[in-house]
Write a new protein. Structure first.
Length: 85
């Protein structure tokens, strides 16, 4: 039962923090000038993915989560450089 609550907490943390991080990006940057919504998104994916993989006792899922977290900022920068808006 406690595992269900921890998984629900991780899911709620992801679902509530990501939109808030993007919606209030300019407000957060006034207080924290080095804030990046992309790095925040990547960190939240890593945090919630690692919580879920530890609860499921799945090392492969933890490895995939870490690889996606590492690759996400690199891919976003690559897209912005090669396909400017």
């Amino acid at each position: 039962m406690i595992i269900f609550f921890l998984r629900a907490f991780a899911a709620l943390l992801l679902l509530l923090s990501i939109p808030a991080g993007f919606y209030y990006e300019s407000l957060i940057q006034t207080y924290i000038p080095s804030y990046s919504s992309q790095l925040f998104f990547s960190g939240m994916i890593c945090f919630t993915g690692l919580i879920y993989s530890l609860l499921a006792r799945n090392l492969f899922l933890a490895f995939i989560t870490i690889m996606v977290t590492i690759a996400l900022p690199w891919l976003a920068k690559w897209f912005w450089v090669y396909w400017p808006l």
